[in-house]
Design a protein around this ligand. Structure first.
Ligand SMILES: Cc1cc2nc3c(=O)[nH]c(=O)nc-3n(C[C@H](O)[C@H](O)[C@H](O)COP(=O)(O)OP(=O)(O)OC[C@H]3O[C@@H](n4cnc5c(N)ncnc54)[C@H](O)[C@@H]3O)c2cc1C
Length: 409
């Protein structure tokens, strides 16, 4: 049994509350950071064997909700480093057809007191490294939660695949789209295939300069049968390590070079192969497949796809939750994709997970101060399911009208 198997005894009041988080993704780590700032002890159990075990994707947009949450949850230097290492591609969202005729463009409103006016593009690995900083002792890798028990004393015990267990006052399921916590806590909650497949890759800027009109915050190009390309630049203002040395020398960041995210997507039946074949393809085959799907599109677009670095390309199945009622909180709750996974059509899944972390942190601080855990978790779930499932509906509706995502069941 691993050394992290332990019991944290519940004290006479909850001010010595111990929080267990299943899942060390963006939402779980952000919550852990916030709890640590608040002096609440926390342990994160992550199924991956190490922090950088798998490619988790590239650029994500952090919107005003996400930036505000991170400002609350991170230490001031860590937040400053996050802002300094994010790209600021402006606020233009545009849609073109495959001949590069403009269909629609809009400038999102700027929020003056937020970095980048509230629109930042962050490299996922960089954000993860910032979120992990200072948590070395709190994060346990290779710990896949399989189930939990709510004990007669009100504490909760999480059980892991290797037979280890951990007990705390509250268990947060931040374990993503296939959440084991959700399956036990909210067995009626459904996650369904949204009908779309994405081939997610990147183009190094050193290799290719795309036309400037395609370099806004996000550009969607929609072609015949609503096959589409999503394009978004990440251009850093300063080398990562230089920014870290200047702002938060204790945080170690990996260096990265400027790139353009290039995502090809289409309905699954438009792919000339089965899912099994698609998910077995290597990068060069995935790039060749994308090229075959955009044949005849504007040459600038074909050139961008040709310039994709094949080793960066990987396929993704788009899934969505189906809105459901909140549970009856005991000592367990959910956050992020574990409860309201959504299609990336409006790019707010991570932002919503960060918002959850911020709200849940505030509620848990109240519980640590003596308020009933039941009451605070209920308040959290009511608010979180409200805005979370609104975002799921909006993503599904936008994904349906723009690129043919299945409507929600
Ligand atoms: C192509 C694409 C582009 C996207 N772009 C954006 C964007 O621009 N902006 C945005 O806001 N959102 C975006 N999203 C959505 C965003 O990636 C997710 O909403 C976000 O990562 C959710 O964070 P999370 O912490 O809830 O889950 P995750 O980040 O998925 O983390 C869950 C963690 O739990 C771990 N885990 C799983 N099961 C267990 C278990 N049983 N026990 C222990 N650990 C477990 C996993 O290994 C993982 O580390 C995008 C999604 C996709 C697919």
């Amino acid at each position: 049994m691993r050394p992290f198997s332990f019991v944290v005894e519940k004290g006479p009041n909850v001010s010595d509350m111990h929080v267990i988080i299943a899942g060390g993704g963006l939402g779980g780590l952000a919550l852990a950071q916030g709890l640590r700032q608040a002096g609440i002890t926390v342990s994160v159990y992550e199924k991956d064997p190490a922090a950088a075990f798998r490619n988790q994707g590239y650029r994500i947009r952090i919107n005003p909700d996400g930036i505000t949450a991170l400002r609350e949850l991170l230490t001031p230097p860590a937040f400053e480093l996050f802002a300094a290492t994010s790209a600021t591609p402006g606020a233009r969202m545009a849609t073109y057809d495959h001949r590069l005729d403009l269909v629609h463009a809009q400038e999102l409103p700027l929020v003056p007191d937020l970095p980048g006016g509230g629109h930042l593009a962050v490299n996922r690995l960089t954000l993860r490294q910032i979120l992990l900083s200072g948590l070395d002792k709190a994060v346990h890798y290779g710990a896949r939660l399989t189930r939990y028990d709510v004990n007669p004393s009100g504490t909760v015990t999480a059980h892991f695949a290797d037979g280890a267990s951990a007990t705390g006052d509250v268990l947060i399921g931040a374990d993503g789209v296939n959440s084991a916590v959700r399956k036990q806590y909210l067995p009626q909650a459904q996650v369904v295939d949204a009908g779309l497949r994405l081939l997610y890759g990147k183009v190094p800027f050193a290799v290719h300069q795309a036309p400037p009109e395609l370099l806004g915050l996000w550009t969607t190009v929609v072609g015949p049968q609503r096959r589409f390309l999503g394009l978004a630049p990440v251009r850093y203002r300063e080398p990562m390590r230089q920014a870290a040395a200047r702002i938060a020398p204790e945080i170690e960041l990996s260096e990265d070079s400027d790139y353009l995210v290039c995502v090809f997507g289409a309905r699954r039946e438009l792919f000339p192969c089965s899912d099994e074949e698609l998910f077995a393809m290597d990068g060069p085959r995935l790039r060749a497949l994308t090229l075959s799907q955009v044949a005849g599109w504007d040459p600038a677009l074909v050139e961008i796809v040709s310039a994709q670095d094949p080793v960066t390309i990987f396929p993704v199945t788009v899934r969505t939750s189906v809105p459901t009622a909140a549970g009856r909180p005991t000592a367990v709750t959910l956050l992020g994709d574990a409860i309201h996974v959504m299609s990336p059509a409006i790019g707010v899944g991570a932002n919503t997970a960060l918002r959850d972390a911020c709200l849940l942190r505030a509620q848990l601080v109240q519980a640590a101060g003596g308020r009933s855990l039941d009451v605070v978790l209920r308040a959290y779930e009511e608010e979180m399911t409200d805005y979370g499932f609104d975002a799921v509906r909006e993503s599904a509706s936008r994904g349906h009208s723009l690129v043919g995502q299945d409507p929600l069941p």
